[in-house]
Design a protein around this ligand. Structure first.
Ligand SMILES: Cc1cc2nc3c(=O)[nH]c(=O)nc-3n(C[C@H](O)[C@H](O)[C@H](O)COP(=O)(O)O)c2cc1C
Length: 344
């Protein structure tokens, strides 16, 4: 064995499922729809996770919850479930498994008031005994591996992620992701990757560190500080579905890659736009795709050094249009315009 091979971290596995590399795309409601996950996986993300779905909605067949769990079609299919009742969690997990999920992820990290108010998401970090009942019910309901995503704790006085992680592993959870903030921080301040190390010390299953990882350098630092086995990228991938893959490859090879050029970026956003409109139908799809369009324009403007005024005009033009043909034409014109800025 060469020195390089011996210093290489072990390949990431969730149960028997091999993960392509050490960078995961985070679940993000309203963002990581199936077309976005498909694109990010095709561009090299190690693993992509569905948007959170309320377990009762999934069991009751709410059309939107089915769409949220749609498979990306590349790599393992990870469905994230939220809920606060053992019955719905176990039934939801069965529905997801029957629909093709390879892994079920449980959400114990969502800070939103409408979620914690219903005692789901990060509210479960205030009642670990109940959290464990939900975890046990989910694991008992399915054959596929179950993973867990959480925060550091509810607030600064209760960093109980290590305890929840340890108990979750004992119950059979096969990978744990920790966002290095407390629930009460929401998205304020900076993610504390160092604080995630206490979770690493408490478990033997793979640990994923999450929060504010937007570059290769930050990924390396987060891995060093937390001792985690992998990183998860969320907001950094908005408008840049290639980012998890790019960081993942650089972690494997050490070789830096340049950002896709404007022509590639244009091809990606066009394909994503069409797929989102197809998945949701034109009426809902047009609204849903706007976020992706806005972020893609921002990234393209940033890459080309286009002035803020230009970005504003194109955003206004494209995000208000309800005609897909016009959107396609305007995207071409906008990217041509950005290319002029880059060349100037
Ligand atoms: C718009 C948005 C939606 C999110 N939806 C979910 C979700 O459905 N499930 C979940 O576990 N976390 C969700 N998160 C949290 C992210 O998965 C991630 O933990 C958080 O954004 C921190 O990572 P980042 O700094 O890389 O974005 C969401 C975050 C954002 C910004």
């Amino acid at each position: 064995m060469t020195g390089l091979e011996s210093s290489r971290p072990k390949p990431l596995k969730i149960g028997e499922i091999a993960v392509a590399n050490r960078v995961l795309l985070a679940p993000m409601s309203g963002v990581t729809d199936a077309p976005f996950r498909r694109l990010s996986a095709a561009l090299g993300a190690g693993l992509v996770v569905s948007e959170m779905t309320a377990s009762d909605d999934l069991v009751n067949g709410k059309p939107m919850s089915r769409l949220r769990c749609e498979a990306a079609g590349i790599g393992p299919h990870v469905v994230q479930l939220a809920g606060c009742q053992t019955h719905w969690m176990s039934e939801g997990a069965k529905v997801a498994e029957a629909a093709g999920a390879d892994i079920i992820d449980i959400n114990m990290g969502c800070p939103a008031r409408h979620v914690t108010g219903g005692q789901s998401g990060s509210a479960l970090m205030r009642d670990l005994d109940h959290a464990l009942k939900l975890i046990e019910a989910t694991i008992a309901a399915v054959k596929v591996p179950v993973t867990l995503k959480m925060r550091l704790g509810w607030d600064d006085r209760s960093h109980n992620a290590p305890e929840l992680a340890r108990r979750a592993e004992a119950a059979g959870v096969q990978m744990i992701t920790v966002h290095g903030r407390t629930r009460c921080q929401f998205y304020k301040g900076e993610a504390d990757w160092g604080a995630v190390r206490a979770v690493k010390d408490a478990i033997t299953v793979p640990l994923v560190v999450n929060g504010d990882i937007t570059s290769f350098e930050k990924a390396v630092r987060a891995l060093e500080m937390s001792g985690a086995d992998a990183v998860m990228v969320g907001r950094g991938a908005q408008g840049q579905p290639w980012l998890p893959g790019q960081i993942g490859r650089q972690l494997e090879t050490g070789k830096a890659e340049s950002t896709p050029d404007l022509a590639e970026q244009l091809a990606h956003i066009r394909a994503l736009y069409d797929e989102v409109c197809r998945l949701y139908g034109l009426r809902v799809g047009l609204k849903h795709a706007r976020k992706h369009l806005g972020w893609a324009l921002e990234i393209a403007a940033q890459c080309s050094g286009a002035p803020a005024e230009k970005l504003k005009t194109w955003r206004q033009n494209i995000l208000t249009s309800e005609d897909p043909h016009r959107v396609h034409r305007s995207l071409q014109d906008a990217f041509d315009d950005f290319a002029w800025s880059a060349a100037a």
